[in-house]
Design a protein around this ligand. Sequence first.
Ligand code: PMV
Length: 335
Amino acid sequence: MTRAEAPGKAILLGEHAVVYGRPAIAVPVTQLRACATVTDAPAGQGIIIHAEDLGSSHHFGTPIDSADPAFALEATVRHTLDWMGSQLPLDLTLTICSTVPIARGLGSGAAVATALVRALAQHLGHSPTATEVSDLVYQTEILHHGTPSGIDNTVIAFEQPVYFVKGRSLETLRAGKPLWLVIGDTGIASPTKVAVRDVRRAWRREPGRYEAWFDRIGAIADAARKALATGDIPLLGRLMDENQELLENIDVSSKELDALIGAARSAGALGSKLCGAGRGGNMIALVSPTSVQDVADAVRGAGAVNVIVTELEESPHSADSETPRAPPVRDSAQC
Ligand code: PMV
């Protein structure tokens, strides 16, 4: 049996504008994990994909509706087999499980696909690099998102904070000081594809206005990259607040997100914004170690159905970028 994992992710700054070529910053959320196992099956079985959390089972190669969640899993398997040059028939049982909530802005589709690509490739004797995994998962992201920027597959495959610009080589980030984040879930599922499509329609109607907002979001992400490197956490918080205002302008916030964000700020968060596609899903708050508990309690009190506290550790060196390295292979971890 081969088992592999991948984390969830949170976008600190720059979502939506990143689809239009502006920079964004994302971090892995290691408390959330997707897991895939691959086992050899009796001859003649073919490939069966079990998605435990969805209670679904799909026989690879049999007809499937594109709205079925197993559609993206089958596509991920097909892309990975094609990349390896593997010949069918193969007799394998693939099992997926995940603690990353679906359609809540935390990268569930990319996390599951990353775990699946790694487990399948390793099981069949291949060791894809993080870049190769990310590229394969990007193809699945197209099914989930329509026009993905590629930030989700990148931060999840590398499992490191990233400064991401579509089409440019990746830059991983070092934090000058530890970051404490509170992530609160509105409980509202919001498909990324729909929010991204609506923003695109609005951008087509008013390109000048939207381009100016995207420029400002890009400038915020650039300033945040510097603040992160120098450990200027209060500035990072203010930049997150500014980013939220612009996300409200482009109409991807919601009253539920606003309630959680407002509660986090009132309880002492240094900054707070929605995270991911918006319209629902999760918000994120940057907090000091002393306000973590108050902010988490306030976000829960304002209606969050789940609250995660995550710490991004201070990096050992002060430089703000490095050559990406592949994440460690975790083929024995439990889901
Ligand atoms: O909702 P998520 O976690 O899939 O985040 C999507 C981020 C967007 O910028 C809205 C889309 C993209 O492809 O970058």
